[in-house]
Design a protein around this ligand. Structure first.
Ligand code: UDX
Length: 432
């Protein structure tokens, strides 16, 4: 099939590349000329394991193209995916859908035969209705159908998630579109992926409800961890003990820092606003947002307690600063709050991240990037393991750290507290 992906951000680039790898002709289009020029040279704007190889392979076999010509790309395609950003509005309330509507206004000029227009970006409920209205001002209804097909890819696991999705959600009442999309996804459904056809509004809501539910699960286990810390119970036992109940499920029960990234913080706020818009108080989600927003200050207080209130001139090393492992994404990472707060209290920060130095910290005084783990930790008083990269899982701290009284605060619980105790290392983790 001939596919156009509008927006070569995370969702558009990964999905477009994978669709081309499944044998479709895909044009990824973006208004950012530099990004397109880079992609043509095989330079990938995001860190995602396996993506570069797949882009180069499919670009070379000419199934994957990059372009900044929207007219040409849309005109040639049968299926047009809209994958532009839907950030939180400046006032913090709800999603800013202006990029989506701008795309709808532009592409309506290039539709002269039947095309399926699909929102893959996370869009608030009724956005599909709005897009349909915008396009129908210039295009007869028989020439297009607006469908919602939300994306559930996780950063760092995106390629695997694309090929092995738990489900494919197609929101449309149009039989012709549904049949074409069943065909598009048949290489995945034939390998066991479930294909679910719902109304368009239901598909839009499924995406938000999924992310809000997962955010709730994480927040729940984080709050349980807070309790565990007071009563000397290990949160890992609780996660395993409740997760084995099939009604609960063991995934997304890892206690840690506040959840971050490009989706959970943004999408929980957006669905809470949608609830308000339709006079429905989504009180559970609202308290999840609040609890998560408080979490970074709570963990910071724990850092102060660990250092017995003496933060000034303490050398603190962060291992990992992104919002989770296997990504270079800093969006809503708790380190963005913690590092500047510690600096204000007089700490000296050293950090290492496998994805390199971060722009966010370049201007901060007393924040230094080390380009390997040994250099980062060697002079530390306190080592904070902030993300769960494999690189951090078997460090010989005793050998590497000069200061004999160093302390570790493992915010991802990747080490065993018993083993650390046996090694006589001062070790703190989450929820124990
Ligand atoms: C998420 C959704 O999982 C994905 O389906 C959606 O399409 C986009 O948003 P992503 O943001 O890439 O994906 O990361 P994810 O792995 O879901 O983690 C989100 C946040 O939750 C991270 O900060 C992570 O550290 C945290 N998390 C996740 C936990 O703290 N504990 C867990 O058990 C799982």
């Amino acid at each position: 099939m001939k596919i156009c992906m509008i927006g070569t951000g995370y969702v558009g680039l990964v999905s477009g590349t994978c669709f081309s790898d499944l044998g479709n002709d895909v044009i990824c289009v973006d208004s950012d000329l530099k990004k397109i020029a880079d992609l043509k040279k095989g330079i990938i704007p995001i860190y995602e394991p396996g993506l570069e190889e797949l882009v180069i392979k499919n670009y070379n076999n000419k199934r994957l193209k990059f372009s900044s010509n929207l007219k040409d790309s849309v005109s040639k395609s049968d299926i047009v995916f809209i994958c532009v950003g839907t950030p939180t509005k400046k006032n913090g309330k709800g999603a800013d859908l202006s990029q989506i509507f701008n795309v709808a206004k532009k592409i309506r000029n290039f539709i002269s035969r039947f095309k399926i227009i699909i929102t893959k970006s996370t869009v608030t409920v009724t956005t599909g209705d709005e897009i349909e209205k915008i396009i129908s001002k210039k295009v007869p209804k028989k020439f297009f159908s607006v469908v919602s097909n939300p994306e559930f890819l996780r950063e760092g696991e995106a390629i695997r998630d694309f090929y092995k999705p738990d489900r494919i959600i197609i929101g449309t009442n149009d039989k012709k579109s549904n049949n074409l999309l069943k065909n598009l996804y048949s290489p995945l459904t034939s390998r066991g992926a479930k294909y679910i056809n719902t109304s368009r509004r239901a598909a839009e809501l499924i995406k938000y409800a999924s992310n809000a539910f997962l955010a709730t699960k994480i927040t729940f286990i984080n709050e349980m961890a807070n309790l565990c810390e007071k009563i000397y119970v290990n949160i890992e036992d609780i996660s395993i003990g409740i997760g084995l109940d099939k009604r609960i499920g063991g995934r997304f029960l890892r206690a840690g820092p506040a959840y971050g990234g490009s989706c959970f913080p943004k999408d929980t706020k957006a669905i809470a606003s949608t609830g308000d818009k339709f006079q429905t108080n989504l009180s559970v989600i609202k308290s999840v947002i609040k609890s998560n927003e408080n979490r970074s200050s709570l963990l910071l207080k724990r850092v102060f307690n660990i250092l017995k209130g003496k933060v000034k001139n303490k050398k603190i090393c962060f291992l990992g600063v992104t919002f989770k492992a296997n990504t270079d994404d800093m969006r809503d990472s708790s380190s963005l709050f913690m590092i500047p707060s510690l600096i204000k209290k007089g700490a000296k920060i050293n950090y290492f991240d496998p994805t390199g130095e971060k722009q966010d910290f370049k201007k901060l005084k007393n924040v230094n990037f080390s380009n390997n783990i040994s250099a980062a930790i060697k002079d530390s008083d306190l080592i904070i393991i902030h993300t769960e990269w494999n690189d951090f899982k078997s460090i010989n701290f005793k050998k590497e750290v000069k200061n004999k009284n160093f302390i570790i605060f493992d915010m991802r619980n990747i080490y065993s507290s018993i083993k650390m105790k046996n090694k006589k290392i001062k070790y703190f983790s989450i929820g124990s």
